[in-house]
Design a protein around this ligand. Structure first.
Ligand code: GUN
Ligand code: FE
Length: 445
């Protein structure tokens, strides 16, 4: 059982989206903070001495000073079967999918392979301080079984789905409208609501689903209105052109998903880079979420996501941030936000470090409608935490000597930080030992 503990350190969490670097009302910072954790939940949070006064006398204490303690990072779009696709040398999205990604995903029909990669996947998330993610499995039910079984072992809050795809891919990666429907239902029955698992209806994108399969996805969305829907939207110009050919009756790419009833508040749309005004309005009206995947967008040359422009429209688009492993090139949300910052720079926009840290934590939790459980340090939420050290390398340590404010420290963490900055990750109050010690590698050999 998960015994009570008191964790001490510099607490940082967000109350809402920061409006500016000077918006001190948007966050809570406790320089000498304490978190009382009981049964995996945050039972008290605030000034260390005050929290300690509420704690049982013999309680275990863990002192993380001078490090920062934040809600665990959340990654809203990734592909667990693409761990061995990262760093594949392709010119663009469709070439990358056809040459590397689809062949690799075929291997997940084997449950042993799926289970092995799932173990590595969660090791890697935790090593990088990520405690919740929304991921695609493959078309094979075996991959979803492995994904959710491993999440339960680790007590993690995860969103995932068996991919539905019935055309434009190798034979070993195709289902049919009926099989996609039946197997998604089976995954829901077996895994949804077990542990902290959330099943998502997951048509990969319009190119790989026939209109008949879109109808099957629509039927699932109607039967299970509380489930997430995840898919890809407007990532690459060639993809957009081909999609238009396949769905000639649709107004645009977004309209395809709208026509099949797949656009709502729980719809997670990967990329959404090249949207028209009409499409951005449609996303805004539906409350659907555009998920920025900066390292992937740069790596595949897909384009520059106008995040700030979408956020400040008259009809704002909800946005979230993600790695998009294996189109993305890092598991680290710190590396991800560094690239997000640079993309906004190229667009003549500023993304301040408070906004970045908000997005990685509370912002992404709001995108997933999970802010009661994750993304904050509020009493009652689950103790999913990341502990960060902004002086984790010699160069960062030297730079820290001249840093005076919290936003500066966060900006350094984002600009130079990676998995080395992650001192510890807690899932439901339990510290996880990083795979870098070789424990997992040895166990699976
Ligand atoms: N579009 C359809 N499938 C994929 C995928 O696996 N990765 C990315 N980045 N885009 C996609
Ligand atoms: Fe993706």
């Amino acid at each position: 059982m998960n015994h009570a503990k008191l964790i001490r350190g510099r607490l940082l969490s967000f109350k809402r989206a920061p409006l500016a670097l000077t918006d001190i009302e948007s966050y809570r910072y406790e320089h000498d903070g304490g978190l009382l954790i009981s049964n995996g939940k945050i039972a008290a949070a605030g000034d260390y001495a005050a929290v300690k006064a509420q704690a049982p006398e013999e309680i275990e204490e863990i002192d993380h000073r001078p490090h920062l303690i934040l809600p665990g990072f959340i990654d809203c779009h990734m592909h667990f079967p693409q761990m061995q696709v990262v760093a594949s040398y392709a010119g663009n999205l469709l070439e990358w999918l056809n040459t590397y990604t689809f062949p690799e995903e075929c291997r997940f029909v084997e449950s042993d392979h799926a289970a092995r990669i799932a173990a590595h996947f969660y090791d890697e998330l935790l090593r990088h301080g990520t405690t919740t993610a929304a991921a695609y499995c493959t078309v094979h039910k075996t991959s979803a079984d492995a994904y959710f079984a491993e999440a339960m072992k680790r007590g993690m809050c995860m969103v995932g789905g068996k991919v539905m795809m019935d055309r434009n891919a190798p034979q070993g990666l195709l289902d049919t409208p009926q099989i996609g429907y039946d197997e998604t239902r089976a995954v829901i029955a077996e895994w949804h609501g077990k542990g902290r698992n959330h099943v998502a209806i997951t048509p990969r994108f319009a190119i790989t689903s026939t209109p008949q399969q879109m109808k099957a996805a629509q039927a699932l969305a109607q039967e299970f209105p509380d489930l997430f829907i995840q898919t890809h939207l407007s990532e690459n110009h060639e993809e957009i052109r081909y999609t238009g050919e396949l769905y000639p009756e649709a107004k645009d790419y977004t309209d395809i998903y709208a026509q099949y009833g797949l656009l709502g508040k729980k719809t997670l749309l990967g990329h959404a880079i090249h949207l028209s005004d009409r499409e951005a309005d449609a996303l805004s009206e539906a409350g659907a979420i555009a998920i920025h995947c900066p390292t992937s967008n740069l790596f595949l040359g897909s384009g520059l996501f106008p995040m700030k422009a979408l956020m400040r429209r008259d009809k704002p688009v909800r946005v979230a941030v993600a790695t998009d492993i294996g189109g993305g090139s890092s598991y680290s949300m710190l590396r991800t936000m560094d690239e997000a910052y640079k993309i906004q720079q190229l667009l003549g926009e500023r993304l301040n470090p408070l906004e970045s840290f908000y997005l990685m934590t509370r912002g992404n939790a709001e995108a997933l409608s999970m802010v009661e459980d994750i993304g904050t340090l509020d009493v009652g939420s689950t103790a999913d935490l990341v502990v960060l050290n902004a002086a984790s390398t010699p160069a960062m340590q030297l730079r820290m000597e001249t840093i005076k404010t919290l936003p500066e420290e966060l900006f350094l963490l984002q600009t130079m930080g990676d998995d080395r900055a992650v001192v510890e990750t807690y899932v439901a109050g339990m510290a996880r030992k990083p795979v870098e010690r070789g424990e997992t590698a040895a166990a699976s050999a």
